[in-house]
Design a protein around this ligand. Structure first.
Ligand code: C5P
Length: 398
């Protein structure tokens, strides 16, 4: 699976570095060529000798190592790989990467590479949960950096929680996924997902029950077929898909801007449950009960229809535009009319009446409406709907 693939493995300075030695073995067993780089701190945990012995290669350590520069400059080193893997990615390395520092070999390689980067974070649970680390993670994922783990469990420092580096075989699986060639390789697909939150005042908002599960499953299925995915998501219940370029937004208008910024794309799938209206009377301070019994009156304005806007673009219209239609009655008729009204190519319609348990659930029953008519799919898991839809998209874009 990894035969001949070149992995530049940056090992950061954490106790999990010992697992990276096993990772080298596992990658090489599958035919990968592993070029290891040790940060200064990593050398406190594993030695250059054991690392190079396992890699069967020279270990790169110092930005200003003149021999290395003569043989292979750091720019070339960063580009000669098919994938850059950072394992363990410590809090410090993640911070440097998120802020564009380039003051040692590891951070410079990250800045100079034109290849995909996969990080396997490992750190103390408090450090992982710290707002700064979570901010840095969001920045990195927004930049399209892939992330595997961390896992939850006992930690070397005696605490318990998320922060353990993924096991070597889990990292290998993520490496394989990142390097997978699929029918959508080279295709850029935008996926919107989740609900939007429309503020009433600084503490209140209008939202809906979308969990983001279907959009996330679809993004994962598209990634698995090799697509590059821009994932524009409102505040969802489920974690965003690893491997996508994640753009978190709150409101419909922010979603519209993020979609516009993500264009051009080969396809765009609008799985988000966008609020139809926003509160124009949004208050900048918390609306208070004043004791008089007077009730607040909210004034609404219609939100931009992102799907219709993209479907009707003159230039930059993706070749394939797919909308979703969540209906509670007369699903087929409404969805068919919606396809024409919005100008999209397909509508994926589903019945979200409360008794179906679809909204927020794990299953979905959809009908795909195209110019050829309606195709009724049996009820199945949202993952399966996603895979079937991704396969249909791949067939259409081929
Ligand atoms: O009109 P309705 O909301 O039922 O249409 C649903 C489809 O339109 C979904 O694909 C949804 O993502 C998209 N949509 C949108 N922008 C809106 C409203 C809906 O992109 N403002």
């Amino acid at each position: 699976m990894l035969a001949g693939k070149r992995i530049l493995l940056i090992i950061g300075g954490g106790i999990a570095a010992f697992k990276s030695l096993d990772l080298i073995r596992r990658l090489r067993e599958r035919g990968a060529v592993v070029t290891p780089v040790l940060t200064g701190a990593a050398e406190e945990f594993v030695t250059p000798l054991s690392t190079s012995a396992l890699a069967g290669q020279k270990v790169f350590r110092d930005l200003f190592d003149l021999t290395d520069e003569a043989e292979m400059g750091h720019i070339e080193l960063s580009r000669a790989a098919d994938l850059v893997v950072v394992a363990p990615a410590t809090a410090d390395l993640m911070a440097k990467m998120a802020h564009g520092h380039a003051n040692d070999l590891a951070s410079t390689l990250f800045m100079a590479t034109d290849k995909r980067v996969l990080i396997a974070p490992a750190m103390n649970v408090r450090m992982w949960e710290h707002a700064a680390t979570q901010r840095n993670l969001a920045t990195l994922q927004g930049d399209g950096i892939l992330c595997v783990g961390p896992n939850e469990g006992d930690m070397a420092c005696g605490e318990y929680g998320p922060g353990r580096m993924s096991e070597p075989l889990e990292i290998v699986a993520a490496v394989e996924a990142a390097l997978r060639d699929g029918p959508l390789k080279g295709k850029h697909i935008i996926v919107t997902s989740g609900p939007t939150h429309e503020p009433i005042d600084p503490v209140r908002y209008i939202a809906n029950r979308s969990s983001g599960a279907q959009g996330t499953a679809l993004a994962l299925a598209l990634l698995a077929l090799g697509a590059e995915v821009s994932f524009v998501t409102g505040p969802a219940d489920v974690a965003p898909p690893a491997g996508a370029k994640v753009v978190p937004v709150q409101t419909a208008r922010e979603m519209q801007e993020a979609v516009a910024a993500a264009l051009p794309a080969d396809a765009a799938v609008f799985a988000a449950a966008v609020a139809d209206w926003r509160v124009v009377s949004e208050s900048t301070s918390k609306i208070k009960k004043d004791g008089s019994g007077a009730l607040p009156v909210l004034e609404f304005a219609e939100n931009p229809d992102i799907l219709a806007g993209v479907s009707q673009l003159k230039t930059e219209r993706p070749m394939l535009v797919v909308g979703f239609a969540a209906e509670t009655d007369d699903v087929l008729a409404h969805a068919t009319a919606k396809r024409t009204r919005k100008g999209c190519d397909w509508i994926v319609a589903n019945d979200v009446s409360p008794d179906t348990g679809i909204m927020g659930g794990t299953e979905n029953a959809v009908t795909v409406i195209t110019e050829d008519g309606a195709d009724v799919w049996p009820r199945m898991g949202k993952d399966q709907v996603a895979q079937k839809l991704a396969a249909k998209i791949a067939e259409t874009l081929a």
